[in-house]
Design a protein around this ligand. Structure first.
Ligand code: 5AD
Ligand code: SF4
Length: 458
């Protein structure tokens, strides 16, 4: 009988995508994936280091899982991903941690998992945190163990070399490298053939995707790649994440305009509205540069949704610099934002160069102001949709009630509407009748795409 593996994933979409690679490696080595830790022979936590809070959550969870060893003496617990890469052998020091961890595996070492598992089974400490300049797992077909059969991630590149001063990712995920386009296209085609209706192309900075041309030809860039994916099937929605503002090209915006099935939604992390703070963050653009990119989006894709990431209380942030963030939020009118308190990460440029000098209660107050500002903007954005017809891809039932379906618009807004003849994986034209700052509510008007019902926007 096969052994059972339980995987728990923390952090970004890239980590969820990596867990599907891990599942693929392990299921081809006599493991089945199980949905909970209690019957597992092996438990992997695929971890995130982006903020201290993320790491503390994982450490608490690892502590809570230790009691399972009593029931299952052979149980092996492994730490994968960014924390494994950052903390390395530190995670194997039982005395310092106050618990036992059997395996430590960084994000470029997942092919070694079966060997590492054998080492761990024989009682050795198993660790591999080698980063690679070329590993993309291009030939590994992800096992979509947690999938809804509607929407899937496709990793198109790995690593990051931007070295934003606050960020741990270049250290945990290594050098930037792009994945062979043929393997990307065949993965997308297979998903479409299996009935998937949406793919999200993933990379830390998809706009620097490039694949060398044959015979010294022009390299293939992201704006071309996304068009090739969109051309596979008009019923397959295409999304992407994430874009660095300094690299987001007009060519990409034109490609998005050309294909109705590329979702008109751009996640463009701004981090701060102050040019001085952006300089200290090593973001390589100013407030005005960012606003110029937003201007290009509005000009080429008038209906495009724009979302962002913002950090409150970065090193040296003054009250005036914080207000620059609040004012730029109003100026852009973001549809959605992820908002964080700055958390110093050891060994980053910021940790070496700038003191983490904004007191925690000031960070909290500034974050609250940012959140309130965004709630009002999200509500405004959602209210604009009330009365419109939206093309919704149905994902499943609403979390709150089995009498309601849940899906997303192309702008990535969640829509809830009464259950009816449509099924998960169907497109539905929904008339929006109400909203909160987080959700649109509506009623089904018609099955199928909005094009067939007369599109309301570009
Ligand atoms: N502290 C707080 N937020 C951070 N982010 C990245 N590093 C940090 C940090 N040290 C945020 C950024 C990034 C998102 C994924 O997480 O906003 O875009
Ligand atoms: Fe977390 Fe960043 Fe690693 Fe993703 S890449 S898991 S967000 S630290």
């Amino acid at each position: 009988m096969n052994k059972k593996l339980y995987i728990e994933t923390y952090g970004c979409q890239m980590n969820f995508s990596d867990s599907e690679i891990v599942a693929s490696v392990m299921t081809s080595h006599d493991f089945d994936i199980t949905t909970g830790p209690h019957d597992a022979d092996v438990i992997f936590l695929n971890t995130c280091s982006i903020r201290d809070h993320a790491e503390q959550r994982v450490l608490n969870r690892l502590r809570a899982l230790q009691h399972l060893r009593k029931k299952k003496p052979g149980l092996l617990i492994g730490v994968l991903g960014c924390m494994a890469e950052r903390l390395k052998t530190g995670l194997l020091e039982d005395k310092d941690l106050g618990m036992r961890i059997d395996m430590v595996v960084g994000p470029d070492a997942y092919r070694q998992l079966p060997q590492l598992l054998m080492d761990a089974e024989s009682g050795q400490k198993a660790i591999d945190v080698m980063l690679s300049a070329d590993e993309t797992y291009a030939d590994i077909s992800p096992v979509r163990y947690g999938a809804d059969g509607v929407s899937a991630f496709i990793s198109i590149m790995r690593g990051c070399e931007n070295f934003c001063a606050y960020c741990v990712v270049p250290y945990t995920r290594g050098k930037e490298r792009s994945r062979d386009p043929e393997s990307i296209l065949s993965e997308a085609t297979q998903l479409a053939n299996k009935g998937y209706r949406e793919v999200t192309l993933l990379g830390q900075n998809v706009n620097s995707y490039r694949w060398p041309g044959r015979d010294h030809g022009q390299p293939l860039v992201f704006s071309e790649l996304i068009g090739m994916v969109a051309a596979i099937d008009p019923l397959l929605r295409v999304r992407f994440a994430t874009s660095h503002p300094k690299d987001m090209s007009d060519q990409l915006l034109h490609a998005m305009a050309r294909y109705p099935n590329i979702c008109k939604a751009i996640h463009l992390p701004m981090q701060s509205g102050s040019s001085a703070v952006l300089r200290r963050m090593n973001r390589k653009y100013s407030r005005q540069d960012y606003l110029n990119r937003v201007g290009a989006i509005r000009a080429i894709l008038p209906e495009c949704g724009i979302s962002t990431d913002l950090i409150a209380g970065y090193c040296g942030e003054t009250e005036a610099e914080h207000r620059d963030t609040l004012s730029v939020m109003q100026e852009v009118g973001f549809d959605f934002a992820f908002m964080f308190k700055y958390s110093e990460r050891p060994d980053t440029l910021a940790a070496k160069k700038y003191p983490d000098d904004v007191p925690d209660q000031v960070k909290t107050r500034r974050l609250t102001e940012i959140i309130h500002t965004q709630q009002a903007l999200s509500l405004k954005s959602n209210r604009r949709d009330v009365g419109s017809l939206q093309e919704v891809l149905v994902e499943g039932y609403s979390k709150r009630s089995k009498n309601h379906l849940m899906g997303r618009t192309g702008h990535n807004k969640v829509v809830v509407f009464p259950a009816c003849e449509v099924q998960p994986g169907d497109y539905a034209v929904v008339e929006i009748t109400g909203c909160s700052s987080a959700t649109l509510k509506g009623v089904l008007r018609q099955k199928g795409l909005l094009q067939q019902a007369g599109r309301q926007d570009g």
